[in-house]
Each structure stands twice: as structure tokens, then as C-alpha cells.
Write a protein that binds this ligand. Sequence first.
Ligand code: HEM
Length: 530
Amino acid sequence: NKATQSEVYKPSEPTDMQAPKQGQTRLTNAAGNPVADNQNSLTAGKDGPVLLQDHHLLERMALFNRERVPERVVHAKGTGAFGTFRVTRAIPELTVAKLFQKEGTECRMLARFSQVAGERGFADTVRDPRGFSLKFYTEDGNWDMVGNNTPVFFVRDGLKFQDFIHSQKRHPVTHRRSETMMFDFWSLRPESMHQVVYMFGDRGIPRSHRHMNGYSSHTYSLWNAQGERVYVKWHFHTQQGIQNLMEPEAMEIAGQNPDFYLQDLFEAIERGEYPKWKVSLQVMPEADAETYHLDPFDLTKTWPHADYPLMDVGEFELNENPDNYFAQIEQAAFEPSNAPRGFGFSPDKMLQARLMSYADAHRYRIGANYAALPVNLNQAVSPVQTYHRDGQLRFDGNFGGMPVYEPNSFGGPVQDGGEAAEPPITVGSRADRYGWPDTDEDYFAQPGALYRLMRSEEQARMHDNFARHLGAAPDFIQGRYLAQLDKVDARLGAGVRASLEKPEMKARPQIETILKEDHTHAAGGPLSGQ
Ligand code: HEM
């Protein structure tokens, strides 16, 4: 049969495989040698063993064994799409960033949404924060915003991130996720309460990636041509409206379609229903940071909007699915340290730890030259010109014969400070390990205010949500945690206690309570004994 795939195959659905283009139908090996037979291994005689000389077979087996790069150590399950960001309000008074100089400026971008704790094949609708990563390919290189769908986080010092994540991942013996570990850690680090109250509320399981907000969570900064710095928190409000799933339906979906969110986003974009988000800022003058009644760099606290209202500065829509998931989403490398001129950081301790962590993770996960992969730069908009050379899988020409050191006399790239210089940041003077335990700190006021903002039906659902999970932790941990829920709001503690009494709230029901039918019916059937 001499029919080529393109002759017999007509794609009709976007999810069909794509027909090869002209000249792409001849099968070759990795060196481009035509393959004569892709069906049968080379054997010594019809029934004989396989010959070592079958290089095509060996190459296929060897490359198959190397198909996976390590999954992200956190946020492994996710999906993404390309889109367009548009500035709706120029803010030259706040920043020299080229992106924000003119209203109407547009910029290509990439978004990736993710689960935090689960592995690459994890179910989408499990209760957890969602990652909200954005990469803007600006004229001055990439600006990355690697946030979550909640404005706060569980811990506020990079030194506790590894412990926190271990408590969320799998148990070292049972290899299952463990409510004992989760609630043990949370009850011993009460600064996590604000984020936990978010997570056990309705927003803990969004209806889809399209129906959730994103937040920088951290405090970042912007600086202008006069050398003035402001501290900012970024907000990305969904224009599809917030929609959430209730835990029982979410669990059912997890069983029936673990890739529910992936399907939703992909198909919405294929239908031309491009999801949109509004981009806003809270702006705090630098001087306020000294005197504000909350630590503005504490990632477990929000800035009340009454003090720092939202300023709308842009909007983005996602309008293009990836051509290839691995090339463009799995190999996407987001890093909070990607900050063009005009964008700056803050003394937030977690942010400072993250500035190192992501590039390090990419070098391990994807390789030393990860930044040169097409999805991680936009050469047409902002060409990359560095003195980095060589390294594994240097596939891009390696800057040919350009000078390899600087300064040089041959016109190699030179620094460009721009017209304005980044203003200096004042930092504390006495090096020490400040912070824990600040026994008199109020960990409960903001989560309490959040709880009281919720309607009573949502509060009732939160009581059940907590009980479903807390119920699986040992009594001494339950007791310690309930005492903290009392401090958030007495009604929350009492509500969770009442929910814990309901028999249906037992987390992770035992197999006997799930199996309703007689599962021995296959016994004695025609296949018995085979
Ligand atoms: C992914 C480290 C805190 C949001 C990652 C990855 C690492 C990491 C190593 C995997 C990167 C990769 O392999 O591509 C850390 C450390 C933290 C921290 C050390 C604290 C010190 C946070 C916080 C947020 C966050 C506070 C949100 C506000 C994300 C997101 C991803 C991610 C969204 C997925 C990025 C993507 O879509 O590829 N983090 N993280 N992380 N982290 Fe963090």
C-alpha cells in the first residue's frame, strides 16, 4: 500500500492529529537516513534473535527512554496558551518600563495554569491553590509574573518552603498524600491560616482556569525616571466571572475526567471564546512601607483595598493554543527574576528566595541552555545578546564568531543603563535571623475578616470542607487545629466541630464504604481459570 498519510487522512477536528506538510512524509532516522522498514526488527532468520546492527530499533528504544524531562518539583500538572496583553492606562509616572509608556501598547504573552502539589498526571479538580504564571515578551525582554490564584501564601520565609511542600506531597512510607502531615504543619505554623481559609472556601476549587483570578501575591516594585520607587501588588481579575466547583462534584469530575481544566481551556480557545483578565495594581509609596501598620512584605497578609485601591492598567486575552505541548508548555521556564528595566523587587523574604530558585530549577529540569528555547524568548521583539557560551545542547549557533569577552575592541554588545538608573533600595543594617516565633503576632485577624465576608452558605460549605480533610488527621492534631480555627472566628471552630460529627465527612472513605456492588460476579465466568 503506497498511500501516504496525507492522502488517506483529512483532519476535521482541532484535536485530530495534523497531516504532515509537503516533503514531511518520508520517514527517516535521527540522521535523516530513509527508513526502509518501520514494522519489523532485523532478525537472524525468521524466528531468530534480533541483530545489534538494527540501529533503527536501538535508536527508537534509546530515545523513547529519554522522552521525559523531570517534572516540575511543584506545579507539575498544568496547561497553557498564548495571548495578547494590552495597556489600558499608561503609567510613566510609576515606571520607565517600555511596556507601560503608552496606552494601547500590545505585547505577546504566554500563560500557564497549574495545580501545586500533584504530579504531572494529577486530577485537575482537587482542592489546592492554582498556579497563575504569565510571561510577557516585551521590547526589553521577558517580564514574568509567577503567581497563584490567591493573594497570600502559606509561609513567608524561603527557608520554610521546602518543609511546607513536603507536608503537601506524598508520605514517605504510604506514598499517599497525608492530612496528618498537612494539618500538623499548618497547626504548627499559624501564619498559614490566611491561605488555608482561602483554600477551604469555595475558591479552593475553581470551575476552570478561565474562572479564577490571579495575584502576584508578593509585593514587587516599580521605579520611574525621577528615581522614585513604589511598592505594588498585581491583580489579574477574570472577566469570565469567578465560578467554583463544590467538593463532591469536583471529586466526581476528578474520577471521570482528570484533565477537565485542560479540556476546558483548549476547547474554549478553539471555539474562539478567548478568556480575558483585567490587570490592576495596588500602589504603595515607598515611604509608607516604613510606617504602614502591617509589614508590607509579609506574604501572608493582604493590603486592604480601602488603604490601597486597585488601579486598572491593562487587560489580556488568551487566543492561541500551543502547537505542541512539550515544546511550548512543558519547556516553558517562568522565573520571578525576569524583570525588565522599570520593574523591581522588594525585601519580601520569600520573593528573594524565589529569585534564585527558578532559574536553578530550569537548569536542572530542562538544561543549561533552557533560556534559548523558542518559547522562552522572542528574538524578533527583543534579541538576546549575551556573553554566555557553549554548554549542553547549544543549538542556536552560539553567537558564531562574535566577541566572547567584554570589554573588547570589536564592537561586542555593551551595557545600556538607559536614561534613568534604578534607585537604590534601603535595606536593614544588622544581619540576623529575624522572625519566628513572634508570639504576639496576630495571625488570625485577616483570615477572620475573610471568613466573615462570606455568605452563610459558603461558611457552611467551608465547615464541611475542613471537616472532610481534618477528620483524617489524628485527634491531637485536630484538637490543636480546632483551637486555631476558634481564634479565626468562634463560629468557624464550632461549625467545623459540628461538621466533624457528620458521618459522611470522613475523608478518603475506606474501600468497603465505596464499593456498593458485589464485585465477585466475575468469578466462575467463562474466563475463570485463565
Ligand atoms: C513553580 C520554587 C513560592 C508560584 C516552582 C518551581 C520551583 C518553585 C522550583 C518549579 C519551576 C520549574 O521547574 O519550572 C519556589 C520557592 C518558593 C516558591 C523556592 C518560596 C521560597 C511560590 C509562591 C508562588 C509560587 C509564593 C505564588 C505566589 C509558582 C508557580 C509555579 C511554581 C505558579 C509554576 C510555574 C510554571 O507555570 O511553570 N516554584 N516557589 N511559588 N511556583 Fe514556586
